[in-house]
Unconditional design. Structure first.
Length: 165
């Protein structure tokens, strides 16, 4: 697998000088604007499947190739992970082809259990949150803001099936 490259960098902030000291002071201090690197890290793909799984119940007769990604936002010694991907055991259970453990993918950009400060889940699907439930290698002390019933439903509930005609 090729080593990941940052998609780009972004500076957060207004870039406006902020007054320092007492009111009326002519001394101004410029705030340092943090810079973040944003990574799209592929952990599955390409994988061929029904288009209906992407378009939700439409075009069952069409096939589509798709890749699966996790995202990382990196700043100095801090990394935030957006979606955690699918665990190795679930990938094996679902017979996912071209799979790489998201923990290993994140390690290539320097992610460790101490510098992953926050984990965000965009939604409760098996391919977005299974590592957070099934593998605590990278996020052992990260709490996730959702109820365990939602985690179980999102990671273990079967995908929709083709409707009967």
């Amino acid at each position: 697998m090729a080593s990941p490259a940052a998609m780009g960098t972004i500076s957060a902030g207004t870039g406006i000088s902020a007054p320092s000291g007492e009111q009326g002071s002519s001394t101004e201090e410029t705030k340092t604007i943090p810079t973040y690197e944003i990574y799209a890290l592929k952990y599955v793909g390409p994988m061929t499947g029904k288009l209906a799984l992407v378009l939700w119940m439409e075009d069952w007769d069409k096939e589509v190739d798709r890749n699966y990604y996790i995202w990382a936002i990196k700043r100095k010694d801090e990394i935030m992970v957006v979606d955690t991907g699918c665990s190795p055991s679930l990938a094996n259970q679902r017979n996912v082809k071209h799979y790489e453990n998201p923990v290993d993918v994140l390690a290539r950009i320097g992610a460790t259990e101490t510098n992953v400060k926050k984990v965000f889940l965009t939604h409760m699907h098996w391919d977005h949150l299974a590592v957070s439930r099934c593998s605590h290698e990278l996020f052992p002390r990260r709490s996730l803001p959702c109820k365990s019933k939602n985690l179980i439903f999102g990671s273990e509930t079967l995908l929709p099936r083709r409707p009967l005609s």
